[in-house]
Design a binder for this molecule. Structure first.
Ligand SMILES: C[S@@+](CC[C@H](N)C(=O)[O-])C[C@H]1O[C@@H](n2cnc3c(N)ncnc32)[C@H](O)[C@@H]1O
Length: 313
């Protein structure tokens, strides 16, 4: 614990924390607050998808190409934005999520869009699929929020066929975002909590900062909570914040996926960065979203021979 913190919030048991996380996602299905329409309405899905399509760039198009001819699994599919993009482009796609409400919305989304769907309820740490089922397994912005990130990584690798691809996005600890929240926002909040007249400055602060302040005032200033809440792309508010977020480095991700090969890392997203002329240089180095792509080694001829021998007995 540092000088800037109140005692760390007591950790609940993993089971209770899991239930809290499911409750969070059931009450706050991803993206649904980003548009001004009733949750689950056709207008809402269309507006969310239109907004999401604005983010299609060369990286996404290259990714789409890498999905061609492969069975694709997405773990933590949310309401089905990537799902729709991939399905509309003819990819053999399966989406999994453990929030029943979110998955219900994904079904509805696909019904409105008139698309064939394959959605499964399940937990990232125990995927309901046999080994080597998919040619590509992806999980974007999901398994750093869960209890059991290493298990979830192992599961992604397990269900990917030899020669197949795993793609995950985690929050980057070596990022401008982490630096900003940990070394600027956190001390500022600490100061405001201890010198109350400074609260007057809140009216000029960005909305996100006001949320972070309100949460810290009500629940105590914890680095972990502040970082988790700062990364929450939506809904954050006084009584309402994502319970857990992990921040990882490239080196740690390589360890989580040890045994994989052909690693490629891309860093993107640079919110609240004041020097626009430096963005192009800073973002690929210290961007917040750290996306890893890696390949599961193809089975060696010796492994294939052993498998064939086992199968013929
Ligand atoms: C931040 S959202 C990301 C959704 C989607 N990948 C996207 O980019 O919009 C996280 C999603 O993961 C799901 N999720 C959280 N924990 C999970 C778990 N243990 N197993 C499967 N899905 C989980 C949540 O229900 C939520 O829909």
């Amino acid at each position: 614990m540092s000088l800037l913190e109140s005692p760390a919030p007591p950790r609940n048991s993993p089971e209770t924390e899991k239930q809290d996380l499911r409750r969070y996602w059931d009450t706050h299905p991803i993206s649904t607050d980003s548009v001004p329409y009733e949750v689950g309405s056709r207008e809402s899905f269309e507006a969310i998808y239109e907004k999401w399509k604005q983010t299609i760039d060369q990286m996404r198009l290259d990714f789409l190409e890498s999905c061609r001819g492969r069975k694709v699994l997405e773990v933590g599919c949310g309401i089905g934005k990537d799902a729709r993009f991939l399905t509309e482009n003819g990819i053999d796609y399966t989406g999994l999520d453990y929030s029943f409400r979110t998955l219900g919305l994904a079904h509805r989304h696909f019904d409105f869009a008139g698309l064939r769907k394959r959605f499964v309820t399940g937990d990232a740490v125990a995927l309901p699929f046999a080994d080597n089922t998919f040619g590509l397994a992806m999980s974007i912005g999901v398994i750093h929020h869960i209890v059991g990130t290493p298990e979830a990584c192992r599961e992604l690798v397990r269900v990917t066929a030899p020669g197949g691809i795993v793609r995950v996005m985690f929050y980057n600890r070596e990022s401008y975002h982490y630096l900003l929240v940990n070394w600027i926002v956190r001390p500022l909040i600490w100061l405001m909590l201890h010198v109350r007249p400074l609260e007057a400055f809140l009216r000029w602060a960005p909305e996100k900062f006001r949320h972070l302040y309100a949460i810290s005032k009500q629940h105590g200033l914890s680095r972990e909570r502040l970082l988790a809440t700062s990364a929450d792309t939506s809904f954050a508010g006084q009584d309402n914040f994502i319970p857990r977020s992990g921040f990882w480095t490239e080196r740690e991700m390589r360890e989580l996926f040890s045994g994989m090969q052909d690693f490629c890392f891309i860093r993107r997203d640079l919110k609240y960065f004041p020097f626009s002329f430096l963005r192009g240089w800073v973002e690929p180095r210290w961007g917040f979203f750290l996306t890893m792509t890696a390949r599961k080694p193809a089975a060696s001829s010796r492994t294939r021979a052993a498998a064939a021998a086992t199968a013929s007995h």
